[in-house]
Design a protein around this ligand. Sequence first.
Ligand code: KIV
Ligand code: ZN
Length: 513
Amino acid sequence: MAQEKLIIFDTTMRDGEQSPGASMSKEEKLRIARQLERMRVDVIEAGFPASSDGDFDSVQAVARAIKDSTICGLARANEKDVRRCGEAIRVARSPRLHTFIATSNIHMEKKLRMEPSQVIDQAVRSVTWARDYTDNIEFSPEDAGRSDIDFLCRIIEQVIKAGATTINVPDTVGYTLPEQFGGLIKTLRERIPNSDKAVWSVHCHNDLGLAVANSLAAVMNGARQVECTINGLGERAGNASLEEIVMAVRTRQDIFTCDTNIDATQIVPASKLVSGITGYPVQPNKAVVGANAFAHESGIHQDGVLKHRETYEIMSAESVGWATNRLTLGKLSGRSAFKSRLQELGIELPSEEALNAAFKRFKDLADKKREILDEDLQALISEEGIDHVENQHWRLVSLTAHSETGEQPYAKMVVSEAGKERACDAQGSGPVDAAFKALESVANSGASLLLYSVNNITSGTDSQGEVTVRLSKEGRIVNGQGADTDIVVASAKAYINALNKLHSKAERVNPQV
Ligand code: KIV
Ligand code: ZN
Protein backbone atom coordinates (compact mmCIF):
# COMPACT_ATOMS: atom_id res chain seq x y z
CA MET A 1 0.00 0.00 0.00
CA ALA A 2 1.40 3.45 -0.94
CA GLN A 3 2.31 5.30 2.21
CA GLU A 4 1.05 8.79 2.92
CA LYS A 5 3.64 11.22 4.17
CA LEU A 6 3.73 12.45 7.76
CA ILE A 7 5.39 15.88 7.82
CA ILE A 8 7.86 16.39 10.65
CA PHE A 9 7.89 19.99 11.87
CA ASP A 10 10.71 20.59 14.34
CA THR A 11 10.28 23.44 16.82
CA THR A 12 13.39 22.84 18.97
CA MET A 13 14.67 26.29 18.07
CA ARG A 14 11.38 28.05 18.86
CA ASP A 15 9.26 26.22 21.45
CA GLY A 16 12.37 24.35 22.67
CA GLU A 17 14.11 27.66 23.12
CA GLN A 18 11.32 28.73 25.48
CA SER A 19 12.70 26.30 28.10
CA PRO A 20 14.36 28.26 30.92
CA GLY A 21 17.95 29.10 29.97
CA ALA A 22 17.82 27.30 26.62
CA SER A 23 18.18 30.35 24.43
CA MET A 24 20.52 29.79 21.49
CA SER A 25 22.92 32.05 19.64
CA LYS A 26 22.83 32.44 15.87
CA GLU A 27 25.79 30.08 15.44
CA GLU A 28 24.13 27.49 17.68
CA LYS A 29 20.89 27.72 15.70
CA LEU A 30 22.81 27.28 12.46
CA ARG A 31 24.47 24.14 13.80
CA ILE A 32 21.19 22.66 14.96
CA ALA A 33 19.48 23.63 11.68
CA ARG A 34 22.19 21.88 9.64
CA GLN A 35 21.78 18.74 11.71
CA LEU A 36 17.98 18.86 11.26
CA GLU A 37 18.44 19.30 7.51
CA ARG A 38 20.82 16.32 7.47
CA MET A 39 18.13 14.35 9.33
CA ARG A 40 15.66 15.36 6.56
CA VAL A 41 13.26 17.25 8.81
CA ASP A 42 10.57 18.72 6.54
CA VAL A 43 9.92 22.01 8.35
CA ILE A 44 12.26 23.77 10.78
CA GLU A 45 10.70 26.44 12.99
CA ALA A 46 13.81 28.56 13.48
CA GLY A 47 12.48 31.10 15.96
CA PHE A 48 10.19 34.02 16.69
CA PRO A 49 11.68 36.98 14.79
CA ALA A 50 9.71 39.69 16.60
CA SER A 51 11.08 38.57 19.97
CA SER A 52 14.45 40.30 19.55
CA ASP A 53 16.82 41.61 16.88
CA GLY A 54 19.10 38.67 17.70
CA ASP A 55 16.37 36.15 16.96
CA PHE A 56 15.42 37.97 13.75
CA ASP A 57 19.07 37.61 12.62
CA SER A 58 19.14 33.94 13.63
CA VAL A 59 15.97 33.09 11.72
CA GLN A 60 17.21 34.98 8.67
CA ALA A 61 20.62 33.27 8.81
CA VAL A 62 18.96 29.84 9.03
CA ALA A 63 16.60 30.80 6.18
CA ARG A 64 19.62 31.69 4.01
CA ALA A 65 21.73 28.65 4.92
CA ILE A 66 19.23 25.78 4.72
CA LYS A 67 18.18 24.54 1.30
CA ASP A 68 16.51 21.16 1.80
CA SER A 69 14.03 21.94 4.61
CA THR A 70 11.26 24.54 4.75
CA ILE A 71 12.15 27.35 7.15
CA CYS A 72 9.35 28.66 9.32
CA GLY A 73 9.11 31.65 11.65
CA LEU A 74 6.47 32.27 14.32
CA ALA A 75 4.42 35.47 14.58
CA ARG A 76 1.65 36.54 16.91
CA ALA A 77 -1.46 37.62 15.03
CA ASN A 78 -0.61 41.29 14.65
CA GLU A 79 0.76 43.23 11.69
CA LYS A 80 4.11 44.11 13.26
CA ASP A 81 4.95 40.52 14.19
CA VAL A 82 3.77 39.11 10.88
CA ARG A 83 5.77 41.61 8.81
CA ARG A 84 8.91 41.15 10.93
CA CYS A 85 8.59 37.40 10.54
CA GLY A 86 7.92 37.73 6.82
CA GLU A 87 11.13 39.75 6.35
CA ALA A 88 13.16 37.11 8.19
CA ILE A 89 11.86 34.08 6.30
CA ARG A 90 11.39 35.48 2.80
CA VAL A 91 15.06 34.79 1.93
CA ALA A 92 14.55 31.03 2.35
CA ARG A 93 14.34 28.73 -0.65
CA SER A 94 11.14 27.39 0.91
CA PRO A 95 9.67 29.78 3.55
CA ARG A 96 6.68 29.28 5.84
CA LEU A 97 5.00 31.82 8.11
CA HIS A 98 3.25 30.52 11.23
CA THR A 99 0.81 32.86 12.93
CA PHE A 100 -1.31 32.15 16.00
CA ILE A 101 -3.92 33.60 18.33
CA ALA A 102 -5.58 32.11 21.41
CA THR A 103 -9.10 30.72 21.02
CA SER A 104 -10.07 29.31 24.43
CA ASN A 105 -12.51 31.36 26.49
CA ILE A 106 -10.04 31.71 29.35
CA HIS A 107 -7.29 33.03 27.03
CA MET A 108 -9.60 35.34 25.03
CA GLU A 109 -11.18 36.83 28.15
CA LYS A 110 -8.27 36.98 30.59
CA LYS A 111 -5.21 37.29 28.37
CA LEU A 112 -6.27 38.90 25.10
CA ARG A 113 -9.31 40.74 26.49
CA MET A 114 -10.94 40.37 23.08
CA GLU A 115 -14.37 39.29 21.90
CA PRO A 116 -14.46 36.05 19.86
CA SER A 117 -15.46 37.98 16.71
CA GLN A 118 -12.43 40.27 17.12
CA VAL A 119 -10.20 37.19 17.45
CA ILE A 120 -11.54 35.83 14.16
CA ASP A 121 -10.96 39.20 12.42
CA GLN A 122 -7.43 39.44 13.75
CA ALA A 123 -6.61 35.88 12.66
CA VAL A 124 -7.96 36.46 9.14
CA ARG A 125 -6.11 39.78 8.85
CA SER A 126 -2.86 38.14 9.95
CA VAL A 127 -3.14 35.38 7.37
CA THR A 128 -3.80 38.07 4.76
CA TRP A 129 -0.67 40.05 5.80
CA ALA A 130 1.34 36.84 5.73
CA ARG A 131 0.39 36.33 2.07
CA ASP A 132 2.60 39.32 1.18
CA TYR A 133 5.58 37.06 1.99
CA THR A 134 4.66 33.47 1.15
CA ASP A 135 1.80 31.18 0.13
CA ASN A 136 2.91 28.66 2.73
CA ILE A 137 0.98 29.84 5.79
CA GLU A 138 0.29 27.98 9.01
CA PHE A 139 -2.35 29.06 11.50
CA SER A 140 -2.64 27.85 15.13
CA PRO A 141 -5.62 28.46 17.42
CA GLU A 142 -3.65 28.55 20.66
CA ASP A 143 -5.07 26.47 23.53
CA ALA A 144 -7.27 24.58 21.04
CA GLY A 145 -7.36 21.69 23.51
CA ARG A 146 -9.54 23.83 25.82
CA SER A 147 -11.40 25.81 23.14
CA ASP A 148 -15.09 25.60 22.28
CA ILE A 149 -15.46 23.27 19.30
CA ASP A 150 -18.04 25.47 17.51
CA PHE A 151 -15.76 28.48 17.79
CA LEU A 152 -12.79 26.46 16.53
CA CYS A 153 -14.80 25.37 13.50
CA ARG A 154 -15.73 28.99 12.73
CA ILE A 155 -12.25 30.46 13.02
CA ILE A 156 -10.53 27.63 11.15
CA GLU A 157 -12.97 27.80 8.25
CA GLN A 158 -12.29 31.53 7.95
CA VAL A 159 -8.48 31.31 8.05
CA ILE A 160 -8.47 28.55 5.43
CA LYS A 161 -10.61 30.82 3.23
CA ALA A 162 -8.08 33.61 3.83
CA GLY A 163 -5.19 31.42 2.63
CA ALA A 164 -3.87 29.28 5.52
CA THR A 165 -2.51 26.03 4.08
CA THR A 166 -1.67 24.24 7.34
CA ILE A 167 -3.95 24.20 10.38
CA ASN A 168 -2.05 23.36 13.53
CA VAL A 169 -4.10 22.31 16.56
CA PRO A 170 -2.15 22.93 19.76
CA ASP A 171 -2.77 21.33 23.12
CA THR A 172 -0.96 24.31 24.60
CA VAL A 173 -1.28 23.33 28.24
CA GLY A 174 -1.00 19.54 27.81
CA TYR A 175 -4.52 18.98 29.16
CA THR A 176 -6.14 16.56 26.75
CA LEU A 177 -6.14 12.75 26.75
CA PRO A 178 -5.31 10.69 23.66
CA GLU A 179 -8.83 9.53 22.78
CA GLN A 180 -10.22 13.00 23.29
CA PHE A 181 -7.49 14.70 21.26
CA GLY A 182 -7.76 12.18 18.41
CA GLY A 183 -11.54 12.76 18.47
CA LEU A 184 -11.02 16.53 18.30
CA ILE A 185 -8.99 16.23 15.09
CA LYS A 186 -11.56 13.86 13.59
CA THR A 187 -14.48 16.18 14.44
CA LEU A 188 -12.74 19.30 13.11
CA ARG A 189 -11.88 17.57 9.84
CA GLU A 190 -15.43 16.29 9.46
CA ARG A 191 -17.27 19.46 10.43
CA ILE A 192 -15.25 22.20 8.70
CA PRO A 193 -16.49 22.41 5.10
CA ASN A 194 -13.12 23.42 3.57
CA SER A 195 -10.99 21.18 5.85
CA ASP A 196 -9.61 19.30 2.84
CA LYS A 197 -7.89 22.49 1.64
CA ALA A 198 -5.33 22.38 4.48
CA VAL A 199 -2.85 19.96 5.99
CA TRP A 200 -3.83 19.09 9.58
CA SER A 201 -1.08 19.42 12.15
CA VAL A 202 -0.79 18.96 15.91
CA HIS A 203 1.39 20.52 18.59
CA CYS A 204 1.14 18.80 21.97
CA HIS A 205 2.67 19.77 25.30
CA ASN A 206 3.73 17.19 27.83
CA ASP A 207 2.29 18.46 31.14
CA LEU A 208 0.62 15.10 31.79
CA GLY A 209 3.30 13.09 29.98
CA LEU A 210 0.89 12.54 27.06
CA ALA A 211 2.36 14.70 24.30
CA VAL A 212 3.55 11.78 22.17
CA ALA A 213 0.42 9.68 22.81
CA ASN A 214 -1.84 12.62 21.93
CA SER A 215 0.13 13.37 18.76
CA LEU A 216 -0.07 9.75 17.64
CA ALA A 217 -3.81 9.61 18.35
CA ALA A 218 -4.16 12.69 16.12
CA VAL A 219 -2.14 10.99 13.35
CA MET A 220 -4.53 8.04 13.53
CA ASN A 221 -7.34 10.51 12.98
CA GLY A 222 -5.88 12.21 9.93
CA ALA A 223 -3.24 14.67 11.16
CA ARG A 224 -0.42 14.68 8.62
CA GLN A 225 2.02 17.01 10.35
CA VAL A 226 3.40 16.63 13.87
CA GLU A 227 5.20 19.46 15.65
CA CYS A 228 7.88 18.14 17.93
CA THR A 229 11.32 18.82 19.39
CA ILE A 230 14.59 16.98 19.85
CA ASN A 231 14.68 15.37 23.33
CA GLY A 232 11.16 16.71 23.94
CA LEU A 233 12.57 20.11 24.86
CA GLY A 234 10.03 22.92 25.23
CA GLU A 235 7.96 25.23 27.37
CA ARG A 236 7.36 23.77 30.90
CA ALA A 237 7.27 19.93 30.64
CA GLY A 238 8.20 20.18 26.96
CA ASN A 239 6.76 19.12 23.63
CA ALA A 240 6.28 15.76 21.94
CA SER A 241 9.73 14.39 21.30
CA LEU A 242 10.69 13.99 17.66
CA GLU A 243 12.62 10.78 18.19
CA GLU A 244 9.68 9.06 19.88
CA ILE A 245 7.15 10.14 17.23
CA VAL A 246 9.40 9.10 14.34
CA MET A 247 10.35 5.75 15.82
CA ALA A 248 6.81 4.92 16.96
CA VAL A 249 5.45 5.50 13.48
CA ARG A 250 8.33 3.63 11.85
CA THR A 251 8.30 0.69 14.26
CA ARG A 252 4.51 0.28 14.06
CA GLN A 253 4.03 0.36 10.33
CA ASP A 254 1.50 -2.42 10.91
CA ILE A 255 -0.76 0.24 12.47
CA PHE A 256 0.08 3.56 10.77
CA THR A 257 -0.82 4.32 7.18
CA CYS A 258 1.82 7.03 6.89
CA ASP A 259 5.58 7.39 7.44
CA THR A 260 8.14 10.17 7.69
CA ASN A 261 11.15 11.03 5.51
CA ILE A 262 13.46 11.20 8.52
CA ASP A 263 16.93 9.65 8.36
CA ALA A 264 16.71 8.06 11.80
CA THR A 265 20.46 7.41 12.00
CA GLN A 266 20.84 11.16 12.60
CA ILE A 267 18.63 11.10 15.71
CA VAL A 268 21.27 10.38 18.37
CA PRO A 269 23.77 12.94 16.97
CA ALA A 270 20.93 15.51 16.95
CA SER A 271 20.00 14.65 20.52
CA LYS A 272 23.60 15.07 21.71
CA LEU A 273 24.01 18.32 19.84
CA VAL A 274 20.85 19.86 21.31
CA SER A 275 21.66 18.63 24.79
CA GLY A 276 25.19 20.06 24.59
CA ILE A 277 24.05 23.43 23.27
CA THR A 278 21.14 23.93 25.65
CA GLY A 279 22.68 22.31 28.71
CA TYR A 280 19.59 20.10 29.14
CA PRO A 281 20.95 16.61 29.85
CA VAL A 282 19.05 13.59 28.50
CA GLN A 283 17.78 11.30 31.26
CA PRO A 284 19.44 7.85 30.95
CA ASN A 285 16.11 6.02 30.65
CA LYS A 286 14.71 8.37 27.98
CA ALA A 287 13.22 6.42 25.07
CA VAL A 288 15.40 6.15 21.96
CA VAL A 289 18.11 8.65 22.95
CA GLY A 290 18.76 7.86 26.64
CA ALA A 291 22.10 6.21 27.43
CA ASN A 292 20.27 3.12 28.73
CA ALA A 293 17.67 2.91 25.95
CA PHE A 294 19.44 -0.13 24.48
CA ALA A 295 21.31 -1.38 27.56
CA HIS A 296 20.26 -4.79 28.82
CA GLU A 297 21.11 -5.27 32.46
CA SER A 298 19.42 -8.51 33.40
CA GLY A 299 21.18 -11.77 32.47
CA ILE A 300 18.03 -13.23 30.97
CA HIS A 301 17.62 -10.24 28.65
CA GLN A 302 21.30 -10.24 27.68
CA ASP A 303 21.15 -13.92 26.88
CA GLY A 304 17.99 -13.43 24.80
CA VAL A 305 19.42 -10.52 22.83
CA LEU A 306 22.64 -12.43 22.10
CA LYS A 307 20.61 -15.36 20.75
CA HIS A 308 18.17 -13.24 18.77
CA ARG A 309 18.10 -9.43 19.01
CA GLU A 310 14.33 -9.11 18.52
CA THR A 311 13.63 -11.05 21.73
CA TYR A 312 14.01 -7.84 23.72
CA GLU A 313 14.62 -5.08 21.16
CA ILE A 314 11.91 -3.56 18.97
CA MET A 315 14.39 -1.42 17.03
CA SER A 316 18.15 -1.49 16.76
CA ALA A 317 20.51 0.96 18.41
CA GLU A 318 22.28 1.47 15.06
CA SER A 319 19.02 2.42 13.33
CA VAL A 320 18.74 5.56 15.51
CA GLY A 321 22.41 6.47 15.30
CA TRP A 322 23.94 4.87 18.37
CA ALA A 323 26.81 3.44 16.34
CA THR A 324 28.37 6.83 15.70
CA ASN A 325 30.67 6.66 18.72
CA ARG A 326 33.64 6.41 16.41
CA LEU A 327 37.31 6.82 17.07
CA THR A 328 38.05 9.81 14.94
CA LEU A 329 41.27 11.59 15.68
CA GLY A 330 44.34 11.39 17.87
CA LYS A 331 47.38 13.32 18.94
CA LEU A 332 49.07 13.00 15.57
CA SER A 333 46.09 14.14 13.51
CA GLY A 334 46.73 17.27 11.52
CA ARG A 335 44.72 20.41 10.92
CA SER A 336 43.20 19.22 7.66
CA ALA A 337 42.01 15.91 9.18
CA PHE A 338 40.52 17.92 12.04
CA LYS A 339 38.80 20.32 9.63
CA SER A 340 37.39 17.58 7.44
CA ARG A 341 36.01 15.62 10.44
CA LEU A 342 34.30 18.79 11.66
CA GLN A 343 32.78 19.21 8.21
CA GLU A 344 31.53 15.62 8.25
CA LEU A 345 29.90 16.39 11.61
CA GLY A 346 28.24 19.45 10.05
CA ILE A 347 30.26 21.92 12.09
CA GLU A 348 31.27 24.99 10.14
CA LEU A 349 33.46 27.47 11.93
CA PRO A 350 32.90 31.09 11.00
CA SER A 351 36.55 31.97 10.24
CA GLU A 352 40.10 30.66 9.93
CA GLU A 353 40.88 32.17 13.37
CA ALA A 354 38.03 30.22 14.92
CA LEU A 355 39.32 27.05 13.23
CA ASN A 356 42.85 27.72 14.52
CA ALA A 357 41.56 28.32 18.05
CA ALA A 358 39.48 25.12 17.92
CA PHE A 359 42.46 23.17 16.55
CA LYS A 360 44.60 24.41 19.43
CA ARG A 361 41.94 23.23 21.92
CA PHE A 362 41.86 19.88 20.11
CA LYS A 363 45.64 19.51 20.45
CA ASP A 364 45.47 20.41 24.14
CA LEU A 365 42.79 17.77 24.63
CA ALA A 366 44.73 15.17 22.62
CA ASP A 367 47.67 15.67 24.99
CA LYS A 368 45.41 14.61 27.86
CA LYS A 369 43.19 12.04 26.17
CA ARG A 370 44.48 9.39 23.79
CA GLU A 371 41.35 8.80 21.71
CA ILE A 372 39.25 11.73 20.54
CA LEU A 373 35.71 10.67 19.62
CA ASP A 374 33.02 12.58 17.74
CA GLU A 375 31.38 13.46 21.05
CA ASP A 376 34.63 15.05 22.24
CA LEU A 377 34.77 17.18 19.12
CA GLN A 378 31.17 18.28 19.55
CA ALA A 379 31.88 19.25 23.17
CA LEU A 380 35.08 21.01 22.24
CA ILE A 381 33.20 23.24 19.85
CA SER A 382 30.15 23.77 22.10
CA GLU A 383 32.22 24.34 25.19
CA GLU A 384 33.26 27.86 24.43
CA GLY A 385 30.75 28.38 21.64
CA ILE A 386 31.71 28.97 18.06
CA ASP A 387 31.28 32.63 18.99
CA HIS A 388 34.74 33.88 19.76
CA VAL A 389 35.79 33.10 23.26
CA GLU A 390 38.19 36.04 23.09
CA ASN A 391 35.17 38.35 22.90
CA GLN A 392 33.66 36.98 26.08
CA HIS A 393 33.49 39.23 29.12
CA TRP A 394 34.79 36.55 31.51
CA ARG A 395 37.47 34.05 30.53
CA LEU A 396 39.34 31.37 32.48
CA VAL A 397 43.11 31.92 32.39
CA SER A 398 44.35 29.37 34.94
CA LEU A 399 43.09 27.27 37.81
CA THR A 400 44.74 25.35 40.62
CA ALA A 401 42.58 23.19 42.87
CA HIS A 402 43.74 21.36 45.96
CA SER A 403 41.97 18.62 47.86
CA GLU A 404 43.47 16.31 50.43
CA THR A 405 41.90 14.05 53.05
CA GLY A 406 41.45 15.97 56.28
CA GLU A 407 42.21 19.35 54.64
CA GLN A 408 39.80 22.06 53.54
CA PRO A 409 39.58 22.02 49.70
CA TYR A 410 40.91 25.14 48.05
CA ALA A 411 40.88 26.74 44.57
CA LYS A 412 43.04 29.51 43.19
CA MET A 413 42.32 31.05 39.80
CA VAL A 414 43.17 33.77 37.36
CA VAL A 415 40.28 35.00 35.25
CA SER A 416 40.16 37.71 32.66
CA GLU A 417 37.40 40.30 32.96
CA ALA A 418 37.00 42.30 29.74
CA GLY A 419 40.66 41.58 28.94
CA LYS A 420 42.01 42.47 32.41
CA GLU A 421 43.43 39.63 34.49
CA ARG A 422 42.20 39.18 38.05
CA ALA A 423 43.34 36.67 40.64
CA CYS A 424 40.97 35.06 43.13
CA ASP A 425 40.91 32.18 45.57
CA ALA A 426 38.56 30.55 48.06
CA GLN A 427 37.99 27.53 50.25
CA GLY A 428 34.92 25.36 49.84
CA SER A 429 33.27 22.11 50.84
CA GLY A 430 34.93 20.55 47.79
CA PRO A 431 37.17 21.82 44.98
CA VAL A 432 34.20 22.69 42.73
CA ASP A 433 32.51 24.63 45.52
CA ALA A 434 35.81 26.41 46.18
CA ALA A 435 36.20 27.29 42.48
CA PHE A 436 32.66 28.74 42.32
CA LYS A 437 33.23 30.76 45.49
CA ALA A 438 36.50 32.09 44.07
CA LEU A 439 34.74 33.12 40.86
CA GLU A 440 31.93 34.82 42.76
CA SER A 441 34.48 36.74 44.84
CA VAL A 442 35.46 38.63 41.67
CA ALA A 443 32.24 38.45 39.62
CA ASN A 444 29.84 39.38 42.46
CA SER A 445 26.98 38.32 40.19
CA GLY A 446 24.58 37.71 43.07
CA ALA A 447 23.07 34.90 40.97
CA SER A 448 21.62 31.78 42.59
CA LEU A 449 22.80 28.37 41.50
CA LEU A 450 19.75 26.35 40.41
CA LEU A 451 21.48 23.32 38.96
CA TYR A 452 24.91 21.73 38.83
CA SER A 453 25.29 18.52 36.85
CA VAL A 454 28.20 16.47 35.50
CA ASN A 455 28.03 13.86 32.74
CA ASN A 456 30.81 11.91 31.15
CA ILE A 457 30.90 12.55 27.41
CA THR A 458 32.37 9.19 26.45
CA SER A 459 33.06 6.09 28.53
CA GLY A 460 36.23 5.46 30.53
CA THR A 461 37.91 7.40 33.28
CA ASP A 462 39.82 9.50 30.75
CA SER A 463 36.49 10.84 29.44
CA GLN A 464 35.80 14.55 29.44
CA GLY A 465 33.27 15.60 32.02
CA GLU A 466 30.54 17.85 30.65
CA VAL A 467 29.22 20.20 33.27
CA THR A 468 26.00 22.22 33.22
CA VAL A 469 25.49 25.12 35.58
CA ARG A 470 22.13 26.89 35.75
CA LEU A 471 22.12 30.36 37.29
CA SER A 472 19.18 32.61 38.01
CA LYS A 473 19.24 36.34 38.56
CA GLU A 474 16.31 38.75 38.75
CA GLY A 475 13.98 36.33 36.98
CA ARG A 476 16.45 35.48 34.21
CA ILE A 477 17.70 31.92 33.97
CA VAL A 478 20.80 30.92 32.01
CA ASN A 479 22.59 27.63 31.43
CA GLY A 480 26.36 27.45 31.13
CA GLN A 481 28.34 24.48 29.82
CA GLY A 482 31.96 23.45 30.13
CA ALA A 483 33.87 20.33 29.21
CA ASP A 484 37.31 19.12 30.23
CA THR A 485 39.04 15.94 31.32
CA ASP A 486 39.41 17.68 34.70
CA ILE A 487 35.93 18.17 36.15
CA VAL A 488 36.96 21.09 38.36
CA VAL A 489 38.16 22.93 35.23
CA ALA A 490 35.00 21.85 33.36
CA SER A 491 32.92 23.22 36.26
CA ALA A 492 34.75 26.55 36.30
CA LYS A 493 34.31 26.86 32.52
CA ALA A 494 30.58 26.13 32.86
CA TYR A 495 30.19 28.74 35.60
CA ILE A 496 32.07 31.30 33.50
CA ASN A 497 29.93 30.45 30.46
CA ALA A 498 26.79 31.11 32.54
CA LEU A 499 28.24 34.41 33.85
CA ASN A 500 28.89 35.49 30.25
CA LYS A 501 25.31 34.71 29.29
CA LEU A 502 24.03 36.76 32.24
CA HIS A 503 26.38 39.56 31.22
CA SER A 504 25.19 39.55 27.57
CA LYS A 505 21.70 40.54 28.78
CA ALA A 506 20.15 39.16 25.56
CA GLU A 507 16.45 39.29 26.36
CA ARG A 508 13.69 37.74 24.33
CA VAL A 509 9.95 38.14 24.46
CA ASN A 510 8.03 34.90 24.95
CA PRO A 511 5.35 34.72 22.22
CA GLN A 512 2.74 33.39 24.63
CA VAL A 513 3.17 36.04 27.29
O1 KIV B 1 1.85 25.69 22.58
C1 KIV B 1 1.39 26.47 21.72
O2 KIV B 1 0.19 26.74 21.64
C2 KIV B 1 2.35 27.08 20.80
C3 KIV B 1 1.76 27.80 19.63
C4 KIV B 1 2.48 29.04 19.32
C5 KIV B 1 1.69 26.87 18.45
O3 KIV B 1 3.53 26.96 20.97
ZN1 ZN C 1 3.96 25.22 22.27
